[in-house]
Design a protein around this ligand. Structure first.
Ligand code: NDP
Ligand code: GDR
Length: 372
């Protein structure tokens, strides 16, 4: 821990409005894709940023190295605290010490397929972890002062009820991850109503970037395309390539998170692009960027993608990547966020795929360091 400022006693707290002007943010999940972009944004706005990181036997701060400076050598506005959403005492301690004016709860076991294998752990961290953090806010007497952002998800919609999905569309989660996030959604809303907390749910549709974890489909594809182009990999194995997603850029979405906490009153908002694309289209576009044209042959788990210029099979569908229950179609309607937050995504699908493939081409050629 690098932070030693003395916390304010609850009786000394200024009004909630004055407290909010302090611009002190606490981020759980700071080492993740969104955590790193949000940290960049908040630092650029003059915030003091505190992040919770998990102890790991290997470095897990790769996405932050360009932002972090040793506080002994070159003090800056980014402070790191060891912690975990499964450890209430630790959360209370961090909150009491930092007294954040804004809390972003991004920490989660965020992989949908993994959640089927680690259902209890996912529930503990994603559902109860949110409760622990909300209760830590209350324990520290900050419930009228700290503003709270909950990383809710389009996975809440799950089995399609209607499209496009917006704030009024009913939820029907399809995975232990989705069900855990449903609890987190409602407990956030409940604490807003029960204790008057400034707590918001951002219902965010898929957002990607060169910093996306490598086991999520877009990054798995962009890296494989680069490796196949450079002769380092022969074939890309995928699951359900007919699933459709509403994909935006993570940098745009963290801007929306911040905007939610700057409103006069707390509310829940969908962030999405309003477009949907099947996984197979992402594959085709990504290969096209490196000059490879794909044609599909076969169907179901026998489907393959063939490089039309060489005749080689470079994509194979493999049933090991299918999920016990799938979310087939996500398409969000961001009208409320556009109207009330003045938020609009800047990066379109084509530019997103291009940025990810070009970044992985550089990383795979060792021209730049991997961003995660
Ligand atoms: P990542 O998987 O990239 O990051 C997850 C973060 O949570 C990492 O910093 C991870 O730490 C941390 N974490 C995991 N378990 C714990 C724990 N027990 N205690 C504390 N921290 C923990 O996710 P994203 O950045 O993509 O997503 C951020 C949040 O937004 C997540 O909650 C996700 O579920 C949600 N979300 C994401 C969307 C997306 O498309 N990206 C869409 C909608 C919602 P470590 O680095 O050590 O693993
Ligand atoms: P998702 O993202 O489940 O939507 O959750 P992911 O990229 O894992 O999957 C998207 C779709 O692609 C299909 N798919 C594959 N997925 C992976 N990971 N690997 C494969 O090989 C593969 N082949 C096909 C999947 O079946 C799925 O339909 C992400 C996470 O960031 C969540 O935390 C977040 O809440 C939601 O987005 C919105």
């Amino acid at each position: 821990m690098s932070y030693t400022a003395a916390p304010l006693a609850p009786k000394d707290l200024p009004t909630p409005e004055e407290f909010h002007k302090r611009k002190v943010a606490l981020i759980s999940g700071i080492t993740g894709q969104d955590g790193s972009y949000l940290t960049e944004l908040l630092l650029s706005k003059g915030y003091e940023v505190h992040g919770i990181i998990r102890r790991s036997s290997s470095f897990n701060t790769g996405r932050l190295t360009h932002l972090y400076a040793d506080q002994h050598e070159r003090p800056n506005n980014l402070h790191i605290h060891y912690g975990d959403l499964s450890d209430s005492t630790n959360l209370v301690y961090i909150l009491a010490q930092v007294q954040p004016s804004e809390i972003y709860n991004l920490g989660a076991q965020s992989h949908v397929k993994v959640s089927f294998e680690m259902a209890e752990y996912t529930g503990d961290v994603d559902a109860l972890g949110t409760l622990r953090l909300l209760d830590a806010v209350r324990t520290c007497g900050l419930e009228r002062h700290a503003r709270f952002y909950q990383a809710s998800t389009s996975e809440l919609y799950g089995l399609v009820q209607s499209v496009p999905q917006d704030e009024k569309t009913p939820f029907y989660p399809r995975s232990p991850y989705g069900v855990a996030k449903l609890y987190a959604f409602w407990i956030t809303k409940n604490y807003r109503e029960a204790y008057g907390m400034f707590a918001c749910n951002g219902i965010l549709f898929n957002h990607e970037s060169p910093r996306r974890g490598r086991t999520f489909v877009t990054r798995k594809i962009s890296r494989a395309v680069a490796d196949i182009k450079l002769g380092k990999q022969q074939c890309l194995y995928l699951g359900n390539i007919d699933a459709q997603r509403d994909w935006g850029h993570a940098r745009d979405y963290v801007e929306g998170m911040w905007r939610m906490l700057q409103q006069p009153t707390p509310d829940d908002f969908v962030l999405a692009t309003g477009e949907t694309h099947p996984v197979r289209e992402y594959v085709e576009k990504a290969f096209r960027i490196v000059g490879i044209q794909i044609k599909w042959e076969g169907s179901g788990t026998d489907e393959v993608g063939i490089d039309t210029s060489t005749g080689k099979t470079i994509v194979k569908v493999d049933k090991m990547y299918f999920r016990p229950a799938e979310v087939e179609l996500l398409l969000g309607n961001p009208a409320k966020a556009e109207r009330e937050l003045g938020w609009k995504r800047k990066v379109d699908f084509e530019s997103l795929v291009k940025e990810m493939v070009e970044s992985d081409l550089k990383a795979s050629s060792n021209l730049v360091e991997d961003q995660n």
